[in-house]
Design a protein around this ligand. Structure first.
Ligand code: ADP
Ligand code: MG
Length: 614
């Protein structure tokens, strides 16, 4: 047999390595920004086009590179930052592997201009897929500019995997925030498609947070400071009353690197325990400094998980530091649980009009009525003269005109069964529904009974309603006498811009003005008290949904709203609401599964009962 092992040529090896370092445009942004920070820049500009797909450029005023280094920096394992393995245990730079530029150059068109302070002239190098296509001496300002164009041009499979430019840009924004939050002393600018999104001037830590997340942050922040032998903690937590249902303002940094740590997150949550509502998250910006030798550096550069030597001690210190701040700043005693923080100040108005929510329950409706004029849903709607009903059911005509006394669905044995009997005695009396354990609505059937999970059923009803509103653009608006103004960060605004049309279709009357959203009207199902929270959750769910699944914007939004606005387990329902729920559910296109793929109801047949009692 002949020898079969070959050494991969460098450009192939680089391309493979690139897969590890560069997952998406945001990975390039991270590496380039870190290099600029390592080069001691005081001003860093990030210029992005089309979510980074066509251009990512970082311009810094740092120390620059000599002509030789400029050529050399694209080689694998070329780094100025460590020279021996021992250095690994005392790192003070962001990079140290000398892999980033080689990896990026393997899968993109790279244009580098750089000049050191001492040099008269700078270097200009162009590389395409690891091949140097030009190298010249040019006049250049001090510092470095690296432009990365056409990412993954030679790896079509990866290019295809990229998400929309909005999604990619949001990942870029995350990286930008993570670095800008650590270096308030560095000025950062960010441009996307020609628009200046951030101009973060040199500031202190608190100001930097406010410049990024909006001035509303200032009143929310409470400082945290703790110095021990093991760790020094500094930074801020947000007051408990501003805890949100959504994620997004939770940041840990260890030795100036953003890290993710479910364990330390738990420590913060433990400190907040009892001070925030369940299922809400406090915001925090916490900077930990530990001895570099006590933190595992042998981790992948793109990963944000770390391993601390003494995690348990760290946990205890962190929890007590956060608790201490909550107490010291008198944050805790002023808390009033019955008080809804959404009502506090964020609205730019003081007088509130009491809004009567639009009642969507048809009180006279009885799905089991034998009255000829009223035994179809459509008949009841017209009889009742409730225009809202007609609106709500437009487009669901097939379901609406279905005779409700004969709603059919597939039974477990795959047989179609007639479930509702118009001539059953209980049905005629109308006394056929009741609530069980504040969780189920039970309805008697001709041949048994139907047990409906109230929360899932209502989610299904709302989901279809919102989905239809978005696609047919006919959500009804309840105009507000006093518009509500809410402030958002630029990242949130970019999400809101993206979903703006859907919001309008659902019935939101909104104007986006810089970092402010003015709500002039709301969909009928959404009350003023709910809107702040709802928007936070909507933004978070949208961000998550769009990057996780391949589902449409309309579905993500309808799903999020249905989850939030639905009747919950534990809620007591009046008889008419129970009836309306059964009725609404069986007017849905899909009555079997909730939008979250959970079964909505089960049936128990007479035969089952008889068997049991035999
Ligand atoms: P690492 O950062 O791990 O050293 P990189 O591939 O990111 O590896 O960069 C390789 C080398 O190129 C760095 O060690 C540094 O010497 C040089 N370099 C990269 N970017 C810059 C920059 N913006 N300014 C000055 N030098 C830079
Ligand atoms: Mg680097």
């Amino acid at each position: 047999m002949t020898d079969v092992i070959k050494l991969l040529p460098d450009h192939v090896a680089n391309q493979i390595a690139a897969g590890e370092v560069v997952q998406r445009p945001a990975s390039v942004v991270k590496e380039l920004l870190e290099n600029a920070v390592d080069a001691k820049a005081t001003l860093i500009k990030l210029i992005v086009k089309e979510g980074g797909k066509s251009l990512i450029q970082v311009i810094d005023n740092g120390q620059g590179m000599t002509q030789t280094d400029a050529r050399f920096c694209f080689e694998r394992h070329a780094t100025s930052k460590i020279s021996s393995a021992d250095d690994l245990f005392d790192l003070h730079t962001k990079g140290f592997r000398g892999e980033a530029l080689a990896s990026i150059a393997a899968i993109a068109h790279v244009d580098l201009k750089t000049k050191t302070t001492q040099a008269e002239l700078g270097s200009h190098i162009q590389i395409e897929g690891s091949t140097v296509v030009s190298q010249e001496v040019v006049a250049a300002p001090q510092g470095t500019s690296i432009a990365v164009k056409n990412l993954f041009f030679n790896v079509p499979a990866r290019r295809k995997f990229l998400k929309s430019k909005q999604v990619e840009f949001r990942h870029i924004l995350d990286e930008f925030h993570r670095i800008a939050l650590v270096y308030p002393e560095i000025e950062f600018h960010l441009y996307h498609d020609g628009t200046e999104l951030f101009k973060l001037l040199k500031a202190n830590q608190r100001q930097r947070i406010c410049h990024i997340f909006g001035s509303r942050m200032n009143e929310r922040l409470v400082p945290v400071n703790e110095e021990t032998e093991v760790v020094t903690i500094s930074g801020f937590i947000c007051k408990p009353e501003f805890a949100k249902k959504s994620r997004g303002e939770q940041f840990f940094f260890a030795n100036d690197r953003f890290i993710k740590s479910p364990y330390l997150h738990h420590a913060v949550m433990a400190a907040f325990e009892g001070f925030i509502k369940p299922s809400t998250l406090p915001g925090y910006f916490l900077y930990l400094k530990v001895n570099p030798t006590s933190i595992d550096v042998n981790i992948h550069p793109t990963k944000t998980e770390v391993k601390f030597d003494d995690e348990q001690t760290l946990y205890a210190i962190l929890r007590s530091a956060v608790k201490h701040s909550l107490g010291q700043f008198n944050v805790v005693p002023t808390l009033d649980f019955s008080h809804d923080p959404n009502m506090d100040t964020p609205y730019a108005y003081t007088q509130k009009r009491a809004v009567t929510p639009q009642v969507t329950v048809d009180r006279s409706f009885n799905p089991f009525s034998t009255d000829k004029g009223g035994n179809s849903v459509a008949g009841v709607i017209q009889q009742n003269g409730n225009e809202a009903w007609k609106e709500l059911y437009k487009g669901l005509d097939s379901a609406v005109t279905k005779d409700f006394s004969r709603v059919e669905f597939e039974s477990d044995t795959d047989q179609l069964e007639t479930l509702f009997s118009a001539d059953s005695e209980e049905a005629a009396s109308g006394a056929t529904v009741f609530q069980l354990k504040r969780k189920y609505v039970v309805s008697t059937l001709k041949s048994g009974m139907l047990i409906i999970n109230q929360q899932r059923a209502h989610q299904r009803v709302l989901y279809e309603r919102f989905l239809k509103d978005i696609t047919i653009q006919q959500g009804m608006t309840q105009q507000l006498l006093f518009p509500i103004e809410l402030q958002y960060s630029l990242a949130e605004i970019s999400v809101l811009q993206e979903i703006r049309d859907s919001l309008i279709h659902m019935g939101f009357a909104i104007e986006i003005d810089g970092e402010t959203i003015r709500f002039k009207g709301l969909p009928v199902l959404i009350t003023e008290e709910k809107v702040t929270n709802l928007m936070d959750v909507l933004i978070a769910d949208y961000k998550e949904g769009i990057s996780a699944d391949n589902i449409s914007q309309a579905e993500i939004l309808a799903r999020s709203l249905s989850q939030n606005l639905s009747i919950k387990t534990g809620e007591r329902l009046e008889k008419e609401s129970q009836l309306a729920l059964v009725h609404d559910l069986f007017a849905c296109k899909d009555t079997v599964m909730s939008p979250f793929q959970r079964k909505i109801y089960t049936t128990i047949s007479d035969t089952d009962i008889e068997k049991q009692l035999n």
